[in-house]
Design a protein around this ligand. Structure first.
Ligand code: SAH
Ligand code: SF4
Length: 468
């Protein structure tokens, strides 16, 4: 296979950092402290992208605020996976009109997957005149340059259709806490028939393993105890690199010194191999957690979704993973109401869910995305019927989840303490190795550390415990 590297030269990112330094001088003149508000929709990759946007903004001298009204720059990092997410963004952008009127000079930037959707840039230009800057995910590495242009106010700036590149050396401003996202690859080649991601995030390209391992090492040194390796199809990592593959990457990160856990998402079943399960099982540092989206339990629908596996192959992978890792926590994504899904197809999904007994599930109603093949398919099932299926699936998922949680009662789990439970003063939130939420009363000094908790109670969503 031809190997095509799309890595940007270091000088390209250095030039962006020079722009940051230049802007910093200007923006902080006379002791001023400019403020930015960064709002993030959608997936973990978007969270990771926003950490890089904040990294650049910090280099420019910005502080951060949660209040749009006092922000000099507002950045909205959008999602396009479902229509609902887009409507929310557009509604919220419209509502920014009053903050902008109250704060002339405020700059509003829109970025992320929604901006990259065909026709969207034009729609923003026409109908959302308060947006000064719009750019797609592939242009994020040159945010400083785009922001500088927008600040010069020589008109509105729009950058979409950028090349699929890998940029290293971007500054990162992570949220406080013991958990970190670590993007290992970008884009997706799968073209599942319902999904907009390959159209807006471009083709798969992997970071070099050395860059990933280096970043992991730095994260661990800075006090991170839980690293999630990210990719839209993370277990196809390395196809564009010589001598790299995902199991080897998992091994290399797990081999680093320190007390930490490694997990990853999202794995595609077609690339979930025994070699990967072996690599996971080999290291105690690899979390016993696998997020393996099945999408549907019906072979007919899986074919229509262009998923490249069938029910039997999926179940075989699950059995193989569980044989290698007893006690593995398994989670999934399911789409209900894909065009043409019959009651029988849906029954196949329900039976698969019962059979696998997922620890947790993310369920979605099919949302037609313009430009994807599935959006063109006849879809005769009434909305109410889809909703009824969705509710049945949720009921099944909740019953399984409650059952699974009940099995923790009386057990002692090593957990990583994430933070305080805002709804319940004195209560801390933690995660088990498999990613289950545990709440217990404890000293806030425990935040950011591992501790042991005996599970004393449970609900559908969470476990309760006491420190031992
Ligand atoms: N790369 C990841 C994430 C894709 S989006 C993956 O492959 O799993 C996250 C989830 O959103 C998908 O797993 C799918 O269940 C859901 N999804 C994607 N497109 C959708 C659509 N058009 N309608 C409803 N759900 C969708
Ligand atoms: Fe979308 Fe499929 Fe790629 Fe996931 S694997 S991002 S669902 S096209």
């Amino acid at each position: 296979m031809a190997i095509e590297r799309k890595e940007l030269p270091a000088a390209a990112v250095d030039r962006q950092l020079e722009i940051c330094a230049r802007l910093r001088v200007r923006l902080t003149a006379g002791g001023a402290r400019p403020l930015a508000f960064v709002d993030t929709y959608g997936c973990q990759q978007n969270e990771a992208d926003s950490e890089r946007l904040r990294g650049y903004l910090r280099e420019m001298g910005f502080g951060f605020t949660q209040d749009e009204c006092e922000a000099d720059v507002i950045v909205i990092n959008t999602c396009a996976v479902r229509e609902h997410a887009e409507q929310r963004v557009l509604g919220n952008v419209g509502a920014l009109g009053h903050t902008k009127r109250a704060r002339p000079g405020q700059l509003i930037a829109l970025c992320g997957c929604m901006v990259e959707r065909p026709g969207m840039a034009e729609r923003i230009r026409r109908s959302y005149r308060l947006v000064d800057l719009a750019f797609g995910p592939q242009e994020l590495w040159r945010f400083p340059e785009l922001l500088e242009q927008a600040m010069a106010r020589k008109g509105r700036v729009c950058a979409v259709g950028g090349a699929d590149t890998v940029a290293e050396g971007l500054p990162v401003c992570r949220r406080e806490g013991p958990k970190a996202w670590l993007p290992v690859m970008y884009g997706c080649n799968n073209f599942c028939s319902y999904c907009v991601v390959p159209y807006v995030r471009g083709r798969e390209r992997s970071r070099r393993p050395e860059a990933v391992v280096d970043e992991a090492r730095r994260l661990i040194a800075s006090g991170v105890h839980d690293i999630t390796l990210l990719g839209q199809n993370v277990n196809s990592y390395g196809r564009d690199l010589e001598g790299a593959d995902f199991p080897s990457l998992v091994r290399a990160v797990c081999a680093l010194d320190g007390d930490f856990l490694v997990r990853f998402m999202t794995s595609h079943p077609k690339d979930a191999t025994d070699a990967l399960f072996r690599a996971m099982a080999e290291s105690e540092k690899c979390a016993r957690h696998l997020h393996l989206p099945v999408q549907s339990g019906s072979d007919r629908i899986l074919r229509a979704m262009n998923r490249h596996y069938d029910r039997a192959a999926y179940l075989e992978k699950v059995a193989c993973a569980r044989a290698r890792m007893p006690g593995l926590v398994l989670t999934t994504d399911i789409i209900v109401g894909f065009p043409g899904e019959t009651e029988e197809d849906f029954a196949d999904t329900l039976s698969l869910v019962e059979q696998v007994e997922y620890d947790a599930m993310f369920t979605f109603l099919f949302s037609p995305r313009p430009g994807t093949p599935a959006a063109e398919l006849p879809d005769p099932t009434p909305r109410a019927e889809k909703q009824a299926r969705f509710d049945r699936l949720l009921e099944t998922a909740n019953a399984i989840s409650a059952r699974k949680h009940a099995a923790y009662l009386g057990k002692t789990e090593r957990v990583l303490v994430d933070g305080a439970d805002e709804a319940r003063p004195g209560t801390l939130c933690a995660r088990t190795n498999g990613g289950r939420l545990v709440r217990f009363e404890g000293d806030p000094a425990l935040i950011g550390t591992f501790t042991s908790v005996r599970i004393t109670g449970c609900s559908t969503w969470a476990l309760d415990g006491e420190q031992v």
